[in-house]
Design a protein around this ligand. Structure first.
Ligand code: NI
Length: 167
């Protein structure tokens, strides 16, 4: 297992749609292991493969109940609404209240190639939506209200140019 550097905004790999995994082999097993180790080290509750520079549809997460992974996940269903202070390892150190559906159900494959499904509200629902967003090249920034997004992008650009107040 290995810890990989986590790509951060504005890395273009975070904006590109990830490709489906066509064959679950040793490489994908190693990818899942590496992603889990990278996520735990960060630490975070979820990680998508593009965040370590691999444009494949693979996510891992652990909301406190142990490690899980999903290969080629699809969001099947969402409902309700819930606002929660959400962050992203690729936009480090920042949190915004983000309104999303409270409940989510997702299906994908595990490393044995078997179909698995996760469904839940609150943190589980949130993590499923957030990580599957990453696979489509969508970052938390796109989930912010227009005004908040504009301000966030302004701050991030200034920071990237070294104009930010924080070092
Ligand atoms: Ni994220």
């Amino acid at each position: 297992m290995a810890v990989f550097p986590i790509r951060s905004w504005p890395d273009p790999v975070l904006r590109a749609p990830a490709a489906p995994v066509s064959r679950i082999d040793g490489e994908i097993r190693r990818l899942v292991d590496d992603m889990l180790e990278t996520m735990y080290r960060a630490p975070g509750v979820g990680l998508a493969a593009p965040q370590i520079g691999v444009a494949l549809r693979v996510v891992v997460f652990d909301i406190g109940e142990g490690p899980h992974h999903l290969i080629n996940p699809e969001l099947l269903e969402t409902s309700g609404a819930w606002s929660f202070d959400e962050g992203c390892l690729s936009v480090p150190g920042r949190f915004w209240p983000v309104r999303r559906p409270a409940f989510a159900r997702a299906r994908g494959l595990n490393l044995d190639g078997a179909e698995v499904e996760y469904a839940g509200e609150e943190l589980l629902g949130r993590v499923l939506q957030h990580e599957i967003d990453h696979l489509g090249g969508t970052l938390i920034l796109e989930r912010l209200p227009r005004r908040t997004r504009k301000q966030a992008l302004k701050e991030l650009r200034e920071e990237a140019l070294g104009l930010g107040g924080e070092s």
